[in-house]
Each structure stands twice: as structure tokens, then as C-alpha cells.
Design a protein. Structure first.
Length: 373
């Protein structure tokens, strides 16, 4: 099939780590033998992609166009471009909620003219399942989610997200297609030595709760367990986290690694005994899935759809976000998983979320969309 992917977030030269999950989904689709083109609609960018309006990204043709509400003519141009690209495709596949908004008018115009295309939408965004976690404004505007009734099939990366989307979608249109999780290299055993080594991957932002993570390391120390936390990622709370580390005398117990390349993230996960992140909200929780794919059990808060794959066989999830509750979960995970082979933790995740498995699920979504179109 010829698949036109429309994405408002997609990796590019200026930011190669923007929405990597979209590019990984595209790779999974191409792996099934489909001919894929991507139109990256850069919302709010009047300049588009200077010198890079089209080209290949990891082997996939990508066309980048601007759609700036402050410059209405760019919206008209974007709609015309999408309409022309739809004429080529057998199916349209939008990725991320805002992509539905930029696609719906050209798609509706073609449909009214009798030249519509099957439409699949894939959602990763937390704002669809939990509008209050984004902003008070979005919580007031969240009724806009009614546009999810336009696509013939909608897919969410977790069961929780898919269930919420079904409230707005066509009857029976919602299904689960998870993110791709690639095992990076061989799975190595965890040492579970002294100190106990923990790794977190996420921005130093309030939603990831880095201060609570630091407090948990202090609780473990004060209760007789030497632990070291390596936090991979950066953000606006870095100064506050550094201050808390100094205040608690944890300079030798917490390392802020900053933002690193994916291969370096994998190295930090493999060097750890457990993955630990007391996050406030997640959907798929890619970093936790990547930790499991590296053979590292997860300690986290029970806040999102990632309980699809994180359960008692590979994780410890807690409700109460206190240093004691989190610290005891870390100790419980150490005892539960120290003798479990890392390969036994990694194998189910690598198989379930492989590009091949995800690509097959998208094939089913396209088949269903074509039957409905």
C-alpha cells in the first residue's frame, strides 16, 4: 500500500530527537513492505525547514511544510499540499492529535468530492487521556477531541489511551498499537552490588519528580542501604535538584548525566541494577520499556497505561509518592529480581514491541480502515 503519514512532530536536523516514536512507527510500517511518504507539518513555524523542505530521513521521503496560524496563507498552502499528497496515497495515517486538526479539512474536501482515503490515526499524547495534566486551558478546550470521530481507525499506544479515545471515535474504531522498543545490543546481567545502582531517564521537570527521587536516595541511605542514582536527562529543575543533592549530602550518591545520545542511554541502563522514576504521569513510558528491554526491572509510580506491560513479573509500582514508600519499593525490587536472569526480563518486551510486531498491528489497522472507508 501507499501510506501518507502526516505528523506535526517528527525528527529533523535541528532536533533529531523530536518525537522519535513517530519515526520508529514509520520504520515499522515500511518494514511490512509499504511505500511510505511523510509530510511533517511544522505548526507555528513561518520558515518551514530552511534548505531542507524535502529529503530522506532514515530512508523515508519526508516533506516539511509550515502551518503558522499567524500567517493564514501558510495554512492554505499546507492544506493544498496535503490534498495533493492524499491523491497519491491509498491511506492517510496521522500521528499526534494536532495532526488530525491540520488534516481534517483537506481530507473532508476530498471525501465530499468522492475521492476520500482510508484514515488511520495514532496517538501518543498524554493530553488526550488526561487533559488536566497539560494545562487549564487545554482542559477547557479538550472537547475538541470530538474530531477523533473522523478517522476510520484510531490507535493508542496503551490500553488506557485507546479506551479514552473510543469515547470520541467511531464505534469500535479504537485499538492498541504500542510504541516500538528496540533492544540495543546484548542483555548483560545486573550486579546488584554495593552500592545498589539505579538509573532514571527523563527530563528534570516537575512531572518526572526528580526531587522526590533524590529524597528517596536519602531515605535509603538513612535506613542502611547505599544506593547511587544516575539521572539521564536535563531540564529547568536542574539547579533545584543540584541544591537538594547538596542539602542532603548526596554528592557521591546522585549523578546528573544530562542529555545524551540513545546509545549512551542504553549504556546507563545496562550499568544499573534497577530503573527508578517516580513520575507523575505517563502513557506508554518509553524509558521504562527500554529499561525492561535491557533486562532491568522497573520501580515507578502507578500512573498511566504502561501497566499494560509493567507488572509484578518485572516491576514494582506504587501508589504513595513518599520517600519511604518509594524506598521500600526499591528494596522489594532488589530482593525480587536480583536472582532473575536479565534475559528473562528483556525477552518478552523485545518480542512484544519489536518493529515486526508493531508493523503487523498497523497492517490490521489499515485493513480495518479500508473496509470502513
Amino acid at each position: 500500500m501507499k501510506i501518507l503519514v502526516v505528523a506535526t512532530w517528527y525528527p529533523h536536523d535541528e532536533n533529531p530527537t523530536e518525537a522519535p516514536f513517530n519515526a520508529e512507527h514509520v520504520e515499522a510500517i515500511r518494514g511490512r513492505g509499504h511505500d511510505v511518504r511523510v509530510v511533517h507539518v511544522r505548526l507555528g513555524s513561518a520558515l518551514g525547514m530552511p534548505g531542507k523542505s524535502s529529503g530522506l530521513w532514515e530512508g523515508t521521503p519526508v516533506r516539511r511544510i509550515a502551518a503558522d496560524p499567524k500567517r493564514p496563507f501558510t495554512l492554505v498552502q499546507a492544506a493544498r499540499t496535503l490534498a495533493r499528497e492524499m491523491a497519491w496515497a491509498d491511506a492517510v495515517h496521522t500521528m499526534a492529535f494536532s495532526s488530525v486538526l491540520v488534516t481534517m479539512l483537506p481530507w473532508a474536501a476530498r471525501t465530499l468530492a468522492g475521492r476520500g482515503r482510508a484514515w488511520v490515526h495514532t496517538e501518543h499524547w498524554n493530553g488526550v487521556v488526561n487533559p488536566a495534566s497539560v494545562s487549564p486551558l487545554w482542559e477547557k478546550l479538550a472537547g475538541i477531541r470530538a474530531v477523533l470521530r473522523l478517522p476510520h481507525v484510531v490507535t493508542g499506544v496503551t490500553g488506557q489511551l485507546s479506551t479514552e479515545m473510543q469515547r470520541f471515535a467511531r464505534p469500535g474504531a479504537a485499538t492498541v498499537v504500542p510504541c516500538v522498543v528496540k533492544g540495543r545490543g546484548a542483555v548483560v546481567p545486573a550486579s546488584f552490588g554495593n552500592p545498589l545502582r539505579l538509573a532514571a531517564v527523563g527530563g528534570l521537570v516537575a512531572r518526572k519528580r526528580p526531587l522526590e527521587a533524590v529524597d528517596t536516595i536519602a531515605w535509603l541511605r538513612d535506613h542502611g542501604t547505599a544506593a547511587h542514582l544516575t539521572w539521564v536527562g536535563d531540564g529547568p529543575l536542574r539547579a533545584a535538584v543540584e541544591s537538594r543533592i547538596a542539602e542532603l549530602g548526596l554528592g557521591d550518591h546522585v549523578t546528573l548525566a544530562g542529555s545524551v545520545l540513545p546509545a549512551e542511554v542504553a549504556r546507563h541502563l545496562s550499568a544499573a541494577d534497577l530503573f527508578f522514576l517516580p513520575t507523575a504521569q505517563e502513557n506508554f513510558f518509553t524509558s521504562a520499556a527500554e529499561a525492561l528491554a535491557a533486562g532491568r526491572a522497573v520501580v515507578a509510580t502507578r500512573v498511566g497505561g504502561f501497566s499494560d506491560y509493567a507488572d509484578a513479573s518485572n516491576s514494582r509500582l506504587v501508589e504513595d509518592v513518599t520517600p519511604e514508600s518509594l524506598g521500600r519499593a526499591v528494596l522489594d525490587a532488589r530482593e525480587a529480581f536480583k536472582d532473575v536472569p536479565a534475559e528473562d526480563i528483556a525477552r518478552p518486551i523485545r518480542e512484544r514491541f519489536s518493529p515486526e510486531a508493531v508493523g503487523e498491528l498497523f497492517d490490521r489497522a489499515y485493513t480495518a480502515a479500508l473496509a470502513r472507508a
